[in-house]
Each structure stands twice: as C-alpha cells, then as structure tokens.
Design a binder for this molecule. Sequence first.
Ligand SMILES: C[S@@+](CC[C@H](N)C(=O)[O-])C[C@H]1O[C@@H](n2cnc3c(N)ncnc32)[C@H](O)[C@@H]1O
Length: 248
Amino acid sequence: MKNIHIKKVKNNNYPIDYQKKEVTILNIKFFLKEPILIPRIETEILLNTLIKVITNKNLEKIYPQLKLSNKFRRFFNLRTSILDVGCGCGFIGLVLKKYLKINKAYLLDNNPSALKLAKKNQKLNKISNCRYYLNNLLIKKLNIKEDFVIIANLPYIPFKDFKFRFLNKIEYEDKNAIYSGLNGDYLSIKLLQQISNLELKPKLIILELDPRNIKLIKNTAYYYLKDVFNFYKIILDHNNLERFLFIY
Ligand SMILES: C[S@@+](CC[C@H](N)C(=O)[O-])C[C@H]1O[C@@H](n2cnc3c(N)ncnc32)[C@H](O)[C@@H]1O
C-alpha cells in the first residue's frame, strides 16, 4: 500500500479520474461517476494507518504524523460492524471491510446514485457482507443490533467557501458531498445529536472534519455524549492539520 493517490485535474479543472471513470486506491479499484466525490488523500492515509494499526503491521514511514494508538485495535473484531455515514463511492466502508476481519459494513448515503456506485464497487472487488441504507444521516432507524463503529467523512466545507470552488478545483463534484451549512459543521453536529438518541451507541466514532471547526465540533460532541464516551481525541493529518476526531 505505498502509492498514495492524489486527485489531479485538467486545465479546465476537470478531474482526470472522472475522465478515466475509475481509480485504484489502497489496491482496490473503484468505478467513479461524476459528480460523486473522488476519494481524497486525507481519508486514504487515515484508512491506511488504521488498517496498519489494527492488523499490527508497521506504520508507513512516509506519514509518521498520523499517530494512532494501538488501543484502537480493540474496537475492530469479528463481532463488530462498521457504519460508513456518507459513503459516496463506498471508499471507507469497502476498504475497511476488505482489509479488516470485521462482521459487516453498513454503507449509508442520501444520494441513490452514490449507493448504486458503492454496490457496483462492492461487486467489482468481491467484498462480502455489506448492507446499504438510503437515509438522511440516521433519521430512519437502522436496526443495527451488534457492536459497531461509526466512521464518517460527511461534507464539511463551509458554504461561505462556495465562491472559491474554481480556485479549489472542486466545481465538478457534487456540492451536496462537499458543503455543510454556512460554517461546515451542520451535518456533523446533526449526526452527533442523532447518535446521542440511539438506543445502542457505537463503540467508537471517527469523524473527518474541517480543521477550522474541529474544536467546536469536539466540544459539541462532549456536550451531547459526555455520559457515554470518555475520550474526545483530535488526530492530525499528514499536513499536521487537525483533521480527525476520535470519540470512544
Ligand atoms: C465528502 S463525501 C465522502 C464520500 C466518501 N465517504 C469518501 O470518503 O470518499 C460525503 C458524502 O456524504 C453524502 N451526504 C451528504 N449529506 C448527507 C446526508 N444528509 N445523509 C447521508 N449522506 C449524506 C454525500 O452524498 C457524499 O456521498
């Protein structure tokens, strides 16, 4: 797992991955379909590191900043499932299901085309035991009865940045996969609120977030979940930016 994938665009900002209609990341081939989000390097490095920690292999030397403690290993085992909220092309759920010895992968999105693509990618890679939910976050009851971990890379860019979409070279991707309210925190906070109302809570929550509002979201998570979880830990990405929130 050495080749990190970096999204590249043509002169008119059109992503080369959309032109090729597929991309291989972490040795898994994903079909892509415009405008469903192209997986990003931050998420890839998070998954790569998680898998290495959980399967007890050495961490990649190239990104030593992303230090994940071995204690996260205990959250992933044959009895535990993962719930990928905002699965897009299936990137997170399918990578984790392929490389980890876990129970099921639940992949959830509110975009039916994203779910269709994720199913196609599951089939392409012959990954077993995946279930799909067309849902607005956790609004409809999911009925997961076993231990589970939530991992979510929901939209997190502030809508006030919409005017920079050309500069940021993201105008060909679905804006509902990128922006989340004026300050970028709307969906993550909504999800945390919904988690606080679940009868069976996840054992671990991992959120990919905007470094500009991660502290606010961490405080909000504590507000909603302080009776359930003890730890609210911010993890840096490969650029030393505060990118991931681990709650357990
Ligand atoms: C940033 S993309 C992440 C895609 C993929 N997980 C990845 O890491 O490459 C966010 C995804 O969340 C989905 N999404 C946006 N709002 C949602 C909502 N209210 N409920 C469920 N999914 C949502 C979008 O359709 C999109 O596929």
